[in-house]
Design a protein around this ligand. Structure first.
Ligand SMILES: *Cc1c(COP(=O)(O)O)cnc(C)c1O
Length: 395
């Protein structure tokens, strides 16, 4: 066994590395705050901060003065406390009754999303801070408009329960057509009036923050995720709030070859060389979270040029078409860096479209094998001015 202990350190040498630019994160927070016009920001850090590494992201947001966070479930809430986050932590997914003691122990805010959840909260000694969610049309979670006033009254009458806010979630705030978002907002206003009109309210995700001022102004807070990470879900949102990508996903070429005309590449033989072609094999695959749907559709950055994927994405490897042997990338060698996502490679919106998915799913889908590393761009520097990556030459 002794011979292997030196390998423990080496086992953390990343094959696929997600560089997380904390300077970009701070800058995006400033852009979000400008768009919010003084309304406090609740930082949405669910799903490991959309795959960026909550241990890197949450402390930076807290140091920048963010006082409220949201996570998907109790485990993520406890993880935030373990990081020393002492602000408000809202758990978006409703509790099961057996989870309520953990909300008390860790001071987590409860999402009351149904009369059943309200009864569980009323039956437990608490104390609880609750956010009452109204289903204004997304039909995912939340009290119906009709049942909300009575539930609010019952919670208000309970001395161990504090209602922090009434809230809802918009189904189409990222999109061009805002008619349904406005219907949802009107529904929320009616429910608010029916509860006496005095409760604080929060509504805005990134899309609403970008393009629905009535979801932002005079609300208790805004709840952005995607904008903080610089991965807007649509071009519309991207055009309205100036953010830049926080993540740059990097791997290496591990093998190169010239594939003769007519030969195929990868499983299923779905790609064929029209002419002699340099093919680079890259150490990244669907086990790192790259969608297999990127087969023959994705692109990656090599020496600042975007080159297409060749053939099926494998579990741990993918192949790139570097062009002809006498082309500008004909002399690419094993060890060279490949940018799979972000500055120097494909923008998240392009890669998401190629995979038939959304930007959030790309970063949130990165697996535990991807090592997250904090980098800092110099203030005011271009997005590609990263600190040198870890030196791998000694291992
Ligand atoms: C994920 C989520 C958000 C954040 O959405 P973005 O589009 O990333 O800004 C806000 N509110 C709720 C309820 C969510 O589930």
């Amino acid at each position: 066994m002794k011979a292997y202990t030196a390998g423990l350190r080496e086992s953390r040498v990343p094959t696929v590395r997600a560089e997380v630019d904390l300077g970009a994160l701070r800058q995006n927070l400033r852009a979000v705050r400008a768009a919010a016009g003084g309304v406090p920001v609740l930082g949405v850090v669910k799903a490991n901060a959309y795959g960026h590494g909550v241990e890197l992201v949450a402390p930076v947001l807290a140091a920048e003065g963010v006082r409220a966070f949201a996570v998907a479930n109790v485990s993520e809430g406890i993880a935030l406390r373990a990081l020393g986050i002492d602000g408000a932590v809202l758990v978006f997914t409703p509790p099961l009754p057996q989870e309520l003691p953990a909300y008390v122990a860790y001071g987590l805010d409860v999402a009351v999303t149904s009369p059943v959840v309200a009864e569980a909260v009323l039956a437990h000694p608490g104390p609880f801070r609750v956010h009452v969610e109204v289903d204004t049309g997304m039909h995912r979670l939340g009290l119906s408009p009709a049942e909300t006033p009575d539930v609010v009254r019952r919670l208000q009458a309970a001395p161990h329960v504090e209602i922090v806010a009434l809230w809802t979630h918009l189904a189409t705030a990222d999109e061009d057509d805002l008619a349904f978002s406005r219907e949802q907002l009107a529904c929320l206003e009616a429910v608010l009036a029916a509860t006496g009109g005095l409760l604080p309210v929060h509504v805005a995700n990134s899309g609403a923050l970008a393009q629905l001022p009535e979801a932002v102004r005079q609300r208790a807070l805004v709840r952005p995720g995607g904008l903080l990470y610089g991965i807007p879900a649509t071009e519309i949102v991207a055009a309205r709030v100036p953010v830049r990508p926080v993540m740059r996903l990097v791997s290496r070429v591990v093998h190169v070859q010239t594939v003769p005309a007519g030969e195929s590449v990868s499983y299923g033989r779905t790609w064929r060389a029209a002419q002699p072609t340099r093919i680079a094999t890259v150490a990244a695959g669907y086990a790192d979270g790259l969608p297999r749907q990127l087969s023959n559709r994705g692109r990656a950055g090599v020496r600042g040029r975007l080159v297409p994927y060749a053939g099926a994405v494998c579990m741990d490897l993918l192949m790139l078409d570097l062009g002809p042997p006498d082309g500008p990338l004909g002399d690419v060698e094993p060890g060279e860096e490949v940018v799979l996502l972000g500055p120097g490679g494909p923008p998240a919106l392009d890669l998401a479209e190629a995979a038939g998915t959304v930007t959030y799913a790309l970063t949130a889908g990165l697996t535990a094998r991807v090592v997250r590393v904090a980098t800092e761009a110099a203030p005011g520097a271009g997005a590609r001015n990263f600190r040198a990556p870890p030196d791998l030459s000694s291992v």
